[in-house]
Design a protein around this ligand. Structure first.
Ligand SMILES: [Zn+2]
Length: 323
């Protein structure tokens, strides 16, 4: 568990958590809420480090507790996430209670973390509420959700709600470039997801990297006409035609719209908004026409939802774009 991104992107939350320890304002249950990618799980482990660190300057990062948390194997931290069918089940809360009964109170603070508490079944929620009534003052619960409205009221009223702010795009881009990822790819990843961890997985996905290259090659063919865009699609994009996972098709369409948008940003002199910074964006086309092109592309985002022949669909899209 690495806290560096958390410490840079959620300064308000960090301050609040630190203060609750310093000023002795701890409560038994916390509900961390915020959009995907806002580092809530990292914050949960960070908070556990604050609670469990054995040194003055918490979290020291070096004591046994801190090291165990960083390695993800602290014996008194229990982590639960949605299991089968995407739900948190009563049996998982039963198991939590069982695990807790195995560690003695003298051993000190115990922490449980439940990811996506909004996914708990009603049975599991009720079981959890009962469990909370029985826990000791050395037990802390951290619940997380991306969807506060879906958390049942009895759990909300039982918890201190901590809101996580959305991470600004330029901060996300910086997080990637700091890890040695090229700026253009960093910008593309920031378009595909707000979640840095997910972006880092995308960066290792050969299909996504190939889609990015394909989008750039098609864009070049559309404007500089050295090759027919459909030919580029057939040569460079063969892999995409056989792809069953719709996620990749969504990414392809999103990035096609993104690169056309970049031509608009270029013309409007909004350079900071540009994603494909290495592409040749200075094209001979009016902004109005470019907007119309983006619209045309986005229509295909709807079409992907249905089981259509993607090859024919993309050919049709390119014909419309070059008309
Ligand atoms: Zn420590």
């Amino acid at each position: 568990m690495d806290f560096s991104t958390l410490l840079r992107t959620q300064t308000k939350v960090i301050k609040l958590l630190n203060n609750s320890i310093l000023k002795n304002r701890l409560v038994g249950v916390y509900l961390f809420e915020g959009a995907k990618g806002t580092q809530k799980i990292e914050a949960a482990y960070y908070f556990a480090s604050l609670l469990m660190c054995e040194k003055e300057n918490k979290p020291c990062g070096e004591c046994l507790s801190c090291r165990r948390i960083k390695e993800g194997k602290h014996p008194r931290i229990f982590f639960i996430e949605p299991a089968s069918k995407g739900n948190i089940l009563k049996s998982q809360i039963d198991e939590l209670e069982h695990e807790f009964s195995l560690v003695s109170l003298e051993e000190g603070i115990r922490v449980f973390i439940i990811k996506d508490i909004d996914k708990a079944t009603l049975e599991a929620s009720n079981r959890l509420l009962k469990f909370l009534e029985e826990t000791s003052s050395t037990t802390y619960g951290i619940l997380t959700t991306e969807n506060l409205q879906s958390v049942i009221n009895t759990i909300k009223s039982r918890s201190q709600i901590v809101s996580f702010a959305k991470v600004p795009r330029d901060v996300i881009i910086e997080e990637y470039t700091k890890r040695g990822i090229k700026e253009e790819l960093s910008r593309v990843l920031s378009i595909l997801t707000n979640d840095i961890n997910e972006g880092l997985i995308y960066e290792k996905d050969e299909k996504i990297i190939a889609i990015i290259e394909l989008v750039k090659a098609i864009d070049e063919a559309i404007w500089w006409k050295e090759k027919e865009p459909i030919l580029v699609l057939n040569e460079t994009g063969k892999f995409l035609m056989n792809e069953k996972d719709k996620m990749y098709h969504n990414i392809f369409i999103d990035l096609m719209a993104t690169i056309i948008n970049d031509h608009i940003y270029y013309k409007l002199n909004q350079r900071n908004e540009i994603t494909f910074i290495d592409a040749d964006l200075d094209v001979n086309c009016e902004v109005k026409e470019l907007f119309a092109l983006v619209e045309k592309v986005l229509v295909y985002k709807q079409k992907i939802k249905y089981n259509v022949n993607v090859e024919l669909m993309y050919i049709q899209m390119l014909i419309e774009m070059t008309r």
